[in-house]
Design a protein around this ligand. Structure first.
Ligand code: HEM
Length: 435
């Protein structure tokens, strides 16, 4: 069933040009289909045809409003007094749903800035922004490329690898460990834990995560204490020292910050890397264009790879703080709303031929990293990571190719676009030489 068929079954209330819907009768759309991952352009075009703001039922969250155009998505994210994170600002308790890149047990650590409104959000973000950027400006690209090379060294001599397992999951984790300044000897263990926690999708994996979590929390607390006693290079020490107008992070705030960085920056980056390789392999002319002059073209190309694949398809839900009319819909205080970043990034009103990969696209005002006060803190890091990951991979294996191009195992989970595995033939049959 296509998204259009399913939307066709819904009955808007009222008549006239702009249909007024109600959250009580959400449109019947299955948000977790393989089709929506294989061809997100048609899927989101189908949603957009139903209006800029539509009612849906989302897994785990329930009934929500969703924005389907660029303008509605950007307007929602930029209006942080009307669309809020904390239930108490909308007559509710708790926070408006958890991000799909965060497993359930992260609730324990949910005292983080992504779930806060102003002024608490501003306070936390200022403290971490300062430390984060101080840490990153120091030869970030050199360190990150060296980490990519180290992981790729282990693939030497192999004909075929699973890119996800061998590279795209390990690399962002190594970067986060480096960023936090975790001792080299514990990194393997930490990576294993983090991997358990973030791959927890269902069944046994969830159980494993629940049991893993307390150990990781204990480990991070220990590291905070070690850094407090004897400061060493890394973000944990920087965050301990971060001070703004006499204000500091408490230990629990620091702990949740470390977990936020881990969960927000790990799986997202994994998918950006694998998605980019898929897009390049499916568009050989564009790949040719990029590698004819990678040094000059990679920056702009990465923005388009991000837009075209949009690995984080939706923001986390917000609450509507007041009854209002928004893009033709009547929204009520306490209802949930999400921004469909993928729908915004494929909106033909802003992007010409949105379903075409054009690595020289300019301007490219995509919303891959969100917008408004909660826009991605790790945006620059993620960009450098993905650019470096692609450059180093293709630099070493210029003739690589997908081993099973017609059988991509898309993850059906709503909100993220990525694959469970990506078998690559490292020395495939292509003739191109490394650029
Ligand atoms: C390709 C990689 C990434 C993508 C696509 C991405 C995307 C996003 C998006 C869309 C948001 C906004 C969510 C919302 O408004 O509901 C966000 C927020 C955030 N991201 Fe990322 N992200 C990536 C990598 C990273 C990395 C590497 C880090 C840090 C290590 C990071 C840290 C954060 C944090 C802390 C927030 C919350 C900011 C706030 O509430 O002020 N992200 N990210």
């Amino acid at each position: 069933m296509t998204s259009m068929d399913s939307i066709g079954g819904a009955q808007p209330q009222g008549t006239g040009e702009s249909s007024v819907y109600s959250l009580k009768a959400p449109l019947r759309v299955d948000l977790q289909t393989l089709e929506s991952k294989k061809d997100p352009f048609s899927f989101f075009a189908g949603l957009r045809a139903a209006g800029p703001v539509i009612p849906l039922k989302m897994p785990f969250v329930g009934s929500v409003w969703a924005t389907t155009t660029y303008d509605a998505t950007a307007a929602m994210l930029k209006n942080n007094s009307l669309f809020v994170q904390e239930g108490r600002h909308a007559g509710k308790s708790g926070v408006a749903g958890l991000s799909w890149w965060m497993p359930h047990a992260i609730k324990i650590l949910s005292n983080n800035m992504l779930l806060k409104d102003e002024p608490d959000h501003r306070r936390l973000r200022k403290l971490v922004d300062q430390a984060f950027h101080r840490r990153l400006v120091r030869n970030m690209r050199g360190e990150i490329e060296a980490l990519a090379d180290r992981i790729l060294d282990e693939t030497e001599g192999r004909d075929e690898i699973d890119l996800v397992e061998a590279y795209a999951r390990r690399f962002p984790l190594e970067v986060i460990c480096w960023l936090l300044g975790l001792p080299e000897e514990n990194r393997g263990k930490f990576a294993e834990w983090a991997s358990h926690m973030t791959s927890a999708l269902r069944g046994f994996a969830v159980l494993r995560m629940v049991f893993t979590m307390p150990g990781v929390v204990r480990y991070v607390r220990e590291q905070i204490n070690v850094c407090r006693r004897s400061p060493r290079e890394g973000l944990i020490t920087e965050l301990l020292q971060a001070e703004e107008d006499g204000d500091k992070l408490s230990e629990d705030e620091l702990l949740s910050m470390v977990f936020l960085l881990l969960f927000a920056g790990f799986e997202t980056t994994t998918h950006l890397i694998t998605d980019s390789v898929i897009a390049l392999e499916q568009n050989p002319e564009q790949k040719e264009y990029l590698f004819a002059d990678p040094a000059a073209r990679m920056e702009r190309a990465l923005e388009e790879l991000g837009r075209y694949m949009t690995p984080v398809q939706s923001t986390k839900p917000r609450y509507v703080a007041e009854d209002c009319e928004f893009f033709g819909q009547e929204l009520h205080r306490g209802e949930n709303i999400v921004g469909f970043l993928a729908a915004a990034n494929y909106d033909p009103a802003v992007f010409e031929e949105p379903d075409k990969l054009k690595l020289d696209r300019l301007p490219n005002p995509h919303l891959v990293f969100g917008t408004g006060i909660h826009f991605c803190l790790g945006m620059q890091l993620a960009r450098v990571e993905a650019q470096s990951a692609i450059m180093r991979l293709y630099g070493r294996y210029p003739n690589l190719e997908l081993a099973a191009p017609d059988d991509l195992p898309w993850i059906k989970r709503f909100g993220l676009r990525g694959v469970f595995s990506l078998p690559l033939r490292l020395n495939g049959g292509g003739l191109r030489q490394a650029g």
